[in-house]
Design a protein around this ligand. Structure first.
Ligand code: ZN
Length: 127
């Protein structure tokens, strides 16, 4: 009886094509085929950075900075992991000289040449 059932099933079920020997080496685990993406291969700090960028966060300030008016009410924001940071101000658009000065944590500070306002904001790195 059992042999009849197996024999009838073998007629119904189509034989599968042979599986190539190197198929598993080229497959990606989550996409089901092809070469793995950067997100699938990344580990450690690179993986955390890619996940943060996917969420729209900017953990290492790699995006273009936002534009601020530079007034006392809307100062240029200077992110820093310490309590001071060296800032270069190009006071006017066509200037070739950069005015360098330190911005310290606390109150809003002004550029000694043009008077633009800068404020240091504490920034934590994600590791
Ligand atoms: Zn300036």
């Amino acid at each position: 009886m059992a042999s009849r059932v197996l024999l009838s099933l073998s007629r119904i079920v189509k034989p599968r094509p042979p599986v190539p020997l190197f198929r598993t080496a080229l497959r990606s685990s989550s996409t089901g085929g092809g070469i793995p993406t950067d997100e699938e291969q990344a580990t450690g700090l690179e993986r955390k950075t890619l996940q943060a960028l996917k969420k729209g966060e900017d953990p290492y300030s790699i995006f273009k900075p936002k534009n601020y008016a530079g007034t006392k009410d809307d100062p240029h924001i200077v992110p820093s992991i310490g309590n001071k940071r060296l800032v270069g101000c190009i006071c006017e658009e066509d200037n070739t000289a950069i005015i360098w000065f330190w911005v310290h944590e606390g109150n809003v500070q002004r550029c000694p040449s043009c008077g633009s306002h800068y404020q240091l904001v504490h920034h934590e790195l994600p590791h």
